[in-house]
Design a binder for this molecule. Structure first.
Ligand code: ZN
Length: 321
């Protein structure tokens, strides 16, 4: 039967004796620490070690040199594709650190298909969890292991989804925008959006505001929270203009902003009310709610009137952290 055929792949190689593209090196460590905001002194200076959580970074082949899996791994995924489990989502990753990595270390790695689960039904659809374990070495020494799990699944058709209801299209048959993923942790946020209220989560232990919504406070670990309603004032903290690829339901080019709210938290949303090429860092924006179809309300950010004429907030352009 099908599951027996899948089980055959447990223990087979997914990658053999690969070599890291670059030795462990100080520039990559520095960029990582800057991006993560990690100022731990162990990661700089003459005796620096690499942050242990960079483990996978040293194995990555980059955009140019993507290497395929082994025959066994491709065959397993192909088998699942052919059986209708065509979608894939990474679900979790687990690392173990056995030896610090230092600039100059050259790594090699092997990967093995550790397990293929029994058939599981999830909110995304029914499928199989495939777990691979990568062993990363420096010479003969095991430096760490990186266990990575994906779900290969057959996506539910929209009409089968419990919450979404039938797909609705406007008269031009334009595809509808993707729905937000609503779960127990963020349900109250999306209920607020439906009522045209933007709610920010607040830790009742230490008062820290947070967004996106999370079950716990990153500042104090507290699990209790309430909400404050956003005033709706914000500025563009960063942005991208999407040209390509074109997604159904979207008309490129359009600007997607990382908006810093007056309350201090940041969130992502479309920047409207100004041509896409007039969006600038520091641009003042104001919250509005847009009803995209009968079901979908989203917060969007409108350039405040006249903002485009204010030299696109020139003074604000470069004064950001
Ligand atoms: Zn807190």
């Amino acid at each position: 039967m099908f599951e027996t055929r899948l089980k055959v792949y447990e223990g087979q190689r997914a990658a053999v004796s690969r070599v890291g593209k670059d030795p462990v090196n100080a520039p990559m460590i520095r960029h990582w620490c800057e991006a993560m905001g990690d100022t731990n002194p162990a990661y700089s200076g003459p005796d620096a070690i690499a942050p242990p959580t960079m483990l996978q970074a040293w194995t990555m082949s980059g955009l140019s040199g993507h290497t395929r899996g082994t025959h066994a791994y491709d065959e397993l995924l192909g088998l699942l594709d052919d059986a209708g489990y065509t979608s894939v989502v990474a679900t979790d990753c687990e690392q173990e650190y056995l030896r610090p990595l230092r600039p100059g270390d050259e790594i090699t790695y092997d990967s093995v298909i550790e397990s293929v689960s029994a058939k599981k039904t999830t909110k995304l659809g029914t499928g199989y969890f495939v777990t691979t374990r990568m062993d990363i070495r420096v010479g003969p020494d095991l430096a760490g292991t990186h266990r990575f799990r994906i779900l290969k699944y057959a996506p539910l058709r929209r009409a089968d989804r419990p919450a979404a209801g039938p797909a609705r299209r406007d008269q031009s048959q334009k595809p509808s925008r993707p729905r937000p993923v609503i779960n127990r942790d963020n349900a109250e946020f999306w209920e607020g959006v439906q009522r045209h209220r933007l709610l920010i989560q607040r830790c009742t232990g230490c008062g820290t505001l947070r967004h996106p919504w999370l079950p716990g406070c990153n500042a104090c670990g507290g699990l209790d929270w309430d909400t404050v309603e956003a005033s709706g004032e914000g500025t563009v903290y960063s942005y991208v203009v999407m040209h390509h690829p074109p997604f159904p339901a979207f008309d490129p080019p359009y600007a997607v902003g990382l908006i810093e709210l007056a309350e201090g938290v940041r969130m992502i949303g479309n920047v409207l009310g100004v041509p896409y090429d007039k969006v600038r860092i520091g641009l003042p924006v104001r919250l509005e709610f847009r009803e995209y179809d009968e079901e979908l309300v989203l917060p969007i950010w409108c350039a405040q009137e006249g903002a485009a004429q204010e030299g696109a907030a020139q003074e604000g352009l470069y004064e950001h952290r």
